[in-house]
Each structure stands twice: as C-alpha cells, then as structure tokens.
Design a protein around this ligand. Structure first.
Ligand SMILES: NC(=O)c1ccc[n+]([C@@H]2O[C@H](COP(=O)([O-])OP(=O)(O)OC[C@H]3O[C@@H](n4cnc5c(N)ncnc54)[C@H](OP(=O)(O)O)[C@@H]3O)[C@@H](O)[C@H]2O)c1
Length: 332
C-alpha cells in the first residue's frame, strides 16, 4: 500500500510502498478515503512528543470503508463506512485514561496510508451528512473539544464561553459545539481574517492575543467568562485567568505557547477559579460527541485538502498556522 512515512525526525515525510497491516484478533482493516492532520503530527516530526517510534506512519484521523475483519469478528462489518476513535486503550475509568493509553499514529501506525488496522470497538459509523474529508476531520479534534467543553467543562446552557486561538482545529470544533448548544462564545486569535470567519461561524466577537493587554479590551466588550477553553498557555496565561469570572472554570487541553510561569496564585484562589486538564476522551465520550454532531448536523471546517503524495506540504501548512480549520489528505 502507499503510505506517507516519517523515517527520521526533522526530515520530510517520504511516500513509499509498505506492506498492508496484518490484523490481530478483534481488529478490522479500513481502506482510508481521507485522513486529517493534527498539531501532534507536527510536534512528532520535530521530535517534540513523548513516546516517538520511527519509522512510523503518522495520522490519528481517518474515514474509510472496512475491507477485512479478523476471523473472530462478524463479517457484517464489511463494507461499512466508518470513522475511527484514535484513543487506544482508554481503560475503564471515565475520569482519566489508563497507563498504557496511546493515540493512533504514534507509537502505532496511523492513517496517512491506504490502509490502517484498528480494534473494531473503536469503529463508529461515518455521519451521513459529511463527505469523506469532513468526516476525517472530526475524530481527534471533535473528541478533544467535546470532552474539554461538555465533560471536563460541564458546559451549562447559560455559560458565556471564551475559546482561545480560534484558528486551531480543536478550538473550532469547540466553537461549533458551544454555538450549537446555544452558548454565547467569544474567541482570541492572531489574525483579523480568522476573527471575521469565527464571527461568521457564530462567535459574538473576539480580540487579537498578540496585542498588549488584550484581556482588558476583551473584558470591556464581553465581561468575564464562566468557561474558558484554553490550548496556548505560555506567557499569556495570566491574561486568560484575568478573563475568568469568580467561580469560573478554565479547561486546558494544550500548551502550544509553552509552560506557564509567573502566575499570581491569589488570582486563582481568591476568585475561586477551577483550572482543569483535559485530554482526548473515552470511547463513550466519542459516541456522545458523534450523537451531538449528528443531532446538530455539525460540519467540521476543512481548510485545505492535499493528495496523500503531498502530505509534507500539508504538515508545513499546519506548522505555519496559516490554515483556518482542518488540513486534510485525500487518500483514495
Ligand atoms: N490534550 C489533548 O487531547 C489534545 C488534543 C489535540 C490537541 N492538543 C494540543 O492542543 C493544541 C492545539 O492543537 P490543534 O491540533 O487544534 O492545533 P492547530 O490546529 O495547529 O492550532 C494551533 C492554534 O494555536 C493558536 N495559538 C498559537 N499560539 C497562541 C497563543 N500564544 N495564544 C493563543 N492561541 C495561540 C493559533 O490560533 P490562531 O490561528 O487563531 O492565532 C493556532 O492556529 C496543541 O498544542 C496540541 O498539541 C491536545
């Protein structure tokens, strides 16, 4: 099969012929139609990720058709149109993943290939209102956004929500989910065009996080927030705390801008703020996310589609931050 492989860190992906994955018990083989990129693919290529194993076929997101099933499984699964939950080995505890938890696409081979093997229990029906590329854009970003917002954030109908870095794939899914839920949502971004696009998607407004004291400007327009969905952290995190209402919540699912330093503890404890971590989600979170997407007919925002052969160009675009929405590979 054709695949885009990371043979060495800090080297471009190579398009090579590799053997089709072999099936273990309980697994299905999916012929990939489309695969989507996530920032973790960029981090892995640069060696900035835990548990890297090379050579590896990257990619945590995909849509496709089941073409083979392990001999212990029902052959009725054949020819089903599916998407895959990339959360492998979540375990039994809803509160957190198990110690042997991993994400498809490192350390196991992923979806930047014509075929991938995965446990049948992680297969879910492709939403019928989505095309192959839109469906591929959903799993990792949709799952992360859903758990951050609905499970860890426990979003309430009256909550006013701030989502930081709205150019991001997960951030945009969170925006779509919160808008579909009827919440008032504000955003931060580095780019005026992205702010306008977010407003077209239903955001009430937002500010440029690169401007000095953006927090003051935002609070003047919107007031403080009940729930903040944050993925940047770094030096700007103090401003994010300032935007949170007393008794409010900040859910962190990423650290794109680096470590958090120089935080004034009193701003958190005196104002009774909860800071909560969130990572990916369980298979139950995935099913609930999918029901929500089907109920509200949510369509992931696809920024750019590249053929599999141009997977490196797709990674470069994501690394540049110039996309708005998901970057997707058309595989077959
Ligand atoms: N815990 C998990 O389960 C999980 C899952 C997925 C992703 N993540 C992490 O979450 C982060 C986002 O992932 P993604 O795939 O959505 O990335 P992405 O699509 O590449 O988006 C990254 C976005 O971060 C924003 N950003 C960069 N610097 C910022 C800053 N100083 N302040 C505010 N926003 C800033 C930018 O928004 P603008 O374009 O609007 O400026 C950029 O578009 C990454 O760190 C990733 O590793 C974690």
């Amino acid at each position: 099969m054709k695949s885009a492989i990371l043979a060495q860190l800090n080297e471009p992906l190579r398009i090579i012929e590799s053997p089709k994955p072999e099936l273990s018990l309980g697994q299905v083989l999916v012929a990939i139609k489309a695969a989507a990129l996530n920032h973790r693919d960029v981090f892995i290529q640069k060696g900035l990720y835990a548990g890297i194993k090379i050579p590896i076929i990257l990619g945590s997101d995909g849509s496709g058709i089941i073409t083979e099933v392990a001999h212990d499984l029902d052959s009725n699964l054949l020819n089903k149109e599916v998407i895959m939950n990339p959360s492998l080995n979540w375990g039994d505890d809803k509160k957190h993943q198990a110690k042997d938890y991993i994400i498809m696409g490192t350390p196991t081979n992923g979806t930047f290939a014509e075929y991938v093997s995965i446990a049948a229990e992680l297969i879910h029906p492709k939403p019928s209102h989505l095309d192959w590329e839109q469906a591929a854009a959903l799993p990792l970003a949709g799952l992360t956004a859903y758990r951050a917002l609905m499970v860890q954030g426990n979003l309430q109908a009256t909550d006013k929500v701030l989502i930081t870095g709205i150019g991001g794939g997960v951030a945009q899914m969170a925006l779509q989910f919160a808008i579909a839920n009827g919440n008032e949502v504000w955003v931060t971004t580095s780019n005026t065009d992205k702010l306008q696009k977010a407003i077209q998607m239903g955001a009430r407004g937002g500010v440029d996080y690169k401007k000095e004291r953006w927090n003051k400007d935002l609070i003047q327009q919107s007031g403080e927030f009940d729930l903040i969905i944050e993925s940047a952290c770094g030096d700007g995190f103090g401003f994010v705390i300032d935007c949170c209402m007393p008794g409010g919540k900040i859910v962190i699912f990423g650290g794109t801008a680096g470590n958090i330093e120089n935080i004034i503890p009193a701003k958190i404890f005196w104002r009774q703020i909860s800071i909560i971590g969130s990572t990916m989600g369980s298979n139950e979170d995935f099913s609930q996310m999918l029901s929500f997407v089907n109920k509200h007919k949510i369509t992931p925002n696809v920024s750019t589609i590249f053929p599999l052969e141009h997977a490196q160009n797709a990674l470069d675009l994501l690394d540049s931050g110039n996309q708005f929405g998901k970057v997707v590979l058309k595989v077959s």
